[in-house]
Design a protein. Structure first.
Ligand SMILES: C[S@@+](CC[C@H](N)C(=O)[O-])C[C@H]1O[C@@H](n2cnc3c(N)ncnc32)[C@H](O)[C@@H]1O
Length: 278
């Protein structure tokens, strides 16, 4: 058994020593500590001598070691916030990023609150985009696809937790191939990191599924493949929204043959979504 205050200090020190980002490590230490012990820092200050069981201490020390080798915090905690809601995240799918909220924002602009629309998300991963659209637009009928069965199972679990599993049809398959009926709105956050960038980029990405990230030599392969099929599944007057990597919007606009593209910036001011109509 270890006293709460001592264990919190130990966790902060271990992560500070092991984690290169000195600014981030105390916050991460506090999150990990709370996720494992159930105590936030205020509770520790109020009851510093509260004893933490040996089992909990071991579990926390194990997670600190895993964090130190680069495993993303979100996978260790098993939980991520998206659009103000909590979702389960694990190795089966990409960890949802805050910039992907821009994809939701763009789609919500064309899905009315008071009329039904058919909406499909390709590559749903953990399901956060499709689930958020279902929750924000209760009349929308949704399909969510992924090429990874593992990711779809996680998406289904998240959909069940948020009570929208009955409203989202989950289909496994390549790009638009699983879609049987045309839709009004198609959204996709595809893999768009250039293959050559792997290795040079953050070590944490090594823990996420490669097929969720790797967009081929220049990062644009999936957009090229989508360009030949998206018009077959989007109704005339309907919309396609795709997330893009920093600096990719012009190339993607051209690849998709978007005449009058609409662009959305993310919270950092980077063009993050290209939208186009059919
Ligand atoms: C960048 S992740 C996006 C995950 C999730 N939508 C999000 O925004 O957090 C890309 C997703 O597309 C899926 N994917 C990759 N290639 C695909 C393809 N050809 N057809 C369908 N899904 C694909 C991956 O498995 C992964 O879940």
């Amino acid at each position: 058994m270890v006293k709460a205050r001592e264990l919190l200090d130990e966790t902060r020190k271990s992560l500070a020593a092991l984690e290169p980002d000195a600014e981030r490590s105390p916050r991460e230490a506090d999150w990990l500590f709370r996720a494992v012990t159930g105590l936030d820092t205020r509770a520790v200050l109020a009851r510093p001598d509260e004893l933490i069981s040996a089992e909990t201490v071991d579990r926390l020390r194990d997670l600190v070691q895993r964090r130190a080798t680069g495993e993303p915090l979100q996978y260790l905690i098993g939980d991520v916030e998206f659009w103000g809601r909590d979702f389960v995240t694990d190795h089966r799918a990409l960890i949802p990023r805050q910039e992907t909220e821009t994809l939701v924002e763009s789609a919500l602009e064309v899905i009315p609150k008071d009329e039904p629309r058919d909406v499909a998300e390709l590559g749903t991963g953990s399901g956060v985009v499709a689930i958020t659209l279902a929750l924000e637009r209760p009349l929308a009928r949704l399909v969510a696809t992924d090429i990874s069965g593992d990711a779809l199972r996680l998406a289904a679990e998240n959909a069940r937790s948020w009570g929208v599993d009955e409203r989202i049809r989950m289909l496994e398959g390549d790009l638009t191939e699983p879609l049987r009926d045309p839709v009004d709105v198609l959204v996709f956050n595809p893999p768009y990191i250039p293959s050559v960038a792997f290795g040079a980029i953050q070590r944490e990405l090594a823990y996420e599924p490669r097929q969720a990230l790797d967009g081929g030599a220049d990062g644009l392969d999936t957009y090229r493949r989508l360009a030949s099929s998206w018009r077959d599944v989007v109704r005339p007057g309907g919309w396609l929204f795709v997330e893009v990597g920093a600096g990719q919007h012009l190339a993607v606009t051209e690849i998709l043959g978007a005449d009058e593209p609409k662009l959305w910036d993310d919270y950092r001011g980077i063009v993050r979504v290209v939208g186009t109509t059919r």
